[in-house]
Design a protein around this ligand. Structure first.
Ligand SMILES: [Zn+2]
Length: 209
């Protein structure tokens, strides 16, 4: 697996373009906006966009998903179904966060804890990590020890829990029980800001002492 991170939207959300070197199949994880910039990257690298994966239903993570899915005729996969209300409220989210108007949509397929999804020869494991949102999932690629963590954990910080159905204790439990059982070397690609690692956050994240 290879990947390229592109910060999008005024929130600088890290959209990851991931691809399988053997098949040329590619996917976006959390295409939050700036559709043409994202599509150009796929074309520049001569990749074959095959899927869209979503970690949770916040607008800055999903804003371009429906448009790209229609353009490339690909499926939108994830998050877990408890985030359905966030997708239903996308037009209100756009108004609240001063984004361009958007129509609500639902993913093609919901995911659950323990699911596996593929992209060419890439295998992604799904962990349900509620707390920031109730249906938040993360994607783990074991061969390269890479974790696409959305808004669960950041370098030196954790996701907000002051939104509807957010819960701080649940988020801490998700991180400690699901993520901190991975190797220290696992690279975390967070939804915002620079990459980090499981070991680094275990040692120094002030929210997880
Ligand atoms: Zn979020």
């Amino acid at each position: 697996m290879q990947y390229h991170i592109m910060p999008v939207t005024p929130y600088q959300q890290n959209c990851s373009l991931i691809w399988c070197e053997h098949s040329g199949k590619a996917a976006f994880i959390d295409p939050g906006g700036e559709t043409s910039k994202l599509v150009n990257e796929v074309q520049k690298r001569q990749l074959n966009l095959d899927k869209i994966f979503l970690t949770h239903g916040h607008l800055d993570h999903v804003g371009a998903a429906d448009e790209i899915a229609k353009q490339f005729n690909v499926s939108i996969i994830g998050p877990q179904i408890e985030d359905a209300f966030w997708f239903e409220q996308l037009p209100a989210q756009a108004e609240m966060f001063n984004f361009p108007p958007i129509e609500s949509f639902l993913p093609t397929q919901w995911l659950n804890d323990g699911d596996r999804v593929t992209l060419g020869e890439i295998n992604l494991q799904v962990f349900h990590c509620p707390g920031h949102t109730p249906g938040h999932i993360v994607f783990y690629e074991k061969d390269t020890e890479t974790l696409f963590a959305g808004d669960v954990i950041f370098k030196g910080s954790i996701g907000r829990t002051d939104f509807p159905k957010g819960d701080h204790a649940t988020l801490i439990q998700s991180i400690k029980q699901k993520l901190f059982t991975l190797n220290d070397d696992v690279v975390i690609v967070p939804g915002h800001g620079p990459n980090t690692s499981i070991g680094q956050e275990k040692a120094s994240n002030p929210f997880l002492r």
